[in-house]
Design a protein around this ligand. Structure first.
Ligand code: SF4
Length: 256
């Protein structure tokens, strides 16, 4: 009993500290910690793994989006980065200032996958360096991780004009690069940031709120969808659920 009280105090402190780091003005009280949902191995590829009762009525998104295995005969990230740096496979190469390949620990246990570079990222050629990136750094700090501990990439490597949503044809031609990155890094956990990232990686078409809260299998990794940091800047109330997702990531990270 004494131990459990100490544990509660410890977790409460962590929760309050995280809310402070995330800039939250309203504190949410949770009766219990989020449950870790054990994913079930599912053959090749990916599929919904848990919560059968609340499983959304999904349809395959990959039918309209070719999800080919990467036909890229490259053995390391540096060579892949060189290849992506020359890419002109979609029209985004015409408007980009820099290709944003991704960065971080090439042996990371945790890989973060966003949607596409924004203005600052396009200028600097680095992922998540704008305001959303600052929040992402705080989110990682809240689970005792630094940016250098993880690998950060995006579905698209070039900025869509005016930060519009990625188009299906752009995703289709760029995704093999991400697949190859994942194959080379071999993360144990993938945090999919935002609906486009989750939809693309999972290949399912369902409301984001129905997708998040589960753990999925993507190749050999456990995949957790959560809100994009940019969305959290506009919708601070969503930080409560994002924190639940982060706690799940932390637990899986510590278990791996
Ligand atoms: S977004 Fe991807 S496919 Fe399109 S030009 Fe950039 S690297 Fe190539």
């Amino acid at each position: 009993m004494k131990e459990s009280l100490q544990e509660i105090i410890k977790l409460t402190k962590e929760y309050l500290e995280t809310e402070r780091l995330l800039g939250t003005e309203v504190i949410y009280l949770e009766k219990e910690l989020p449950e870790i949902i054990k994913p079930e191995p599912v053959g090749q590829g990916f599929s919904l793994a848990q919560k059968e009762k609340s499983k959304p009525d999904t349809k395959s998104r990959s039918e309209g989006l070719p999800y080919s295995s990467p036909d890229i005969d490259i053995k390391n990230l540096d060579d892949l980065q060189g290849e992506v740096g020359k890419c002109t496979k979609c029209s985004l190469h015409k408007t980009r200032n820099n290709v944003v390949f991704g960065e971080g620990n090439p042996d990371a246990k945790l890989m973060l996958v966003g949607e596409a570079p924004g203005r600052e990222e396009d200028i600097q050629g680095k992922p998540f360096v704008g305001e959303a990136g600052k929040l992402l750094t705080k989110m990682l700090k809240a689970i005792n991780l630094k940016r250098e501990d993880v690998y950060i990439g995006n579905i698209l490597k070039c900025r869509p004009p005016h930060n519009r949503d990625p188009k299906p044809d752009e995703i289709a031609v760029c995704k093999p690069y991400l697949e190859k990155q994942i194959e080379l890094i071999k993360p144990e956990i993938i945090l999919a940031l935002g609906r486009h990232s989750a939809w693309t990686l999972l290949g399912i078409d369902a409301p984001f709120k129905a997708i998040r809260g589960n753990v999925y299998i993507f190749k050999q990794a456990k995949l957790i969808p959560t809100y994009h940091p940019a969305a959290l800047l506009y919708h601070p109330a969503w930080k409560k659920e994002a924190w639940i997702d982060l706690q799940l990531v932390q637990k899986l990270y510590e278990q791996s």
